[in-house]
Ligand binder design. Structure first.
Ligand code: TYD
Length: 147
């Protein structure tokens, strides 16, 4: 996590909240629904999820994508999502399991400060492609500022 204040309003470019419909069935749990092109603005070709994040010092992400569109959800526990569009940075605390964040192209993102038992789910509009990643921050920043 960087030094920025954790906030609820997303002000960086290439991002934004998405809300999923949720049915609370009391003792029988809570049902959340994600429909492609309805709850998120793209088709879904890939879903991946991340578990075993008990280590509060773990850090994931630290990259941006050239073209990939994704939405990230914290379906259990909490973590801090760091967002950086090349000009502005902010940290968002993820803890509501029906509130996701869009990770549109050219958005540097990091995931850290995981609670015990945290589970992340990401939906993406394309299959995995290593070529689509920008893993060097300076390269990302220069590229983002040229667009
Ligand atoms: P990576 O995207 O770097 O993880 P994170 O950003 O969450 O820290 O992926 C880690 C490894 O998993 C990397 O070797 C590529 C592989 N991978 C796939 O094969 N398919 C996928 O859909 C994803 C997301 C990763």
């Amino acid at each position: 996590m960087n030094d920025n204040k954790v906030s609820d309003k997303i002000s960086v470019n290439n991002s934004g909240w998405v809300s999923l419909r949720q049915f609370d069935d009391g003792n029988d749990g809570t049902l959340c629904i994600l429909e492609a092109q309805r709850d998120i603005p793209f088709e879904v070709k890939r879903v991946y999820y991340i578990t075993n994040l008990q280590n509060a010092r773990s850090c994931r992400g630290k990259h941006a994508h050239k073209t990939l569109r994704q939405a990230i959800f914290c379906i259990s526990g909490s973590f801090v999502l760091g967002l950086d569009d090349g000009y502005n940075r902010q940290d968002v605390r993820m803890w509501r399991n029906n509130q996701g964040v869009l990770l549109e192209p050219m958005l540097w993102h990091t995931m850290s400060d995981f609670s015990s038992g945290c589970v992340l789910m990401v939906v993406a509009n394309e299959y995995y492609d290593a070529i689509d990643y920008i893993r060097n921050y300076e390269e990302f920043r220069q590229y983002a500022r040229k667009l």
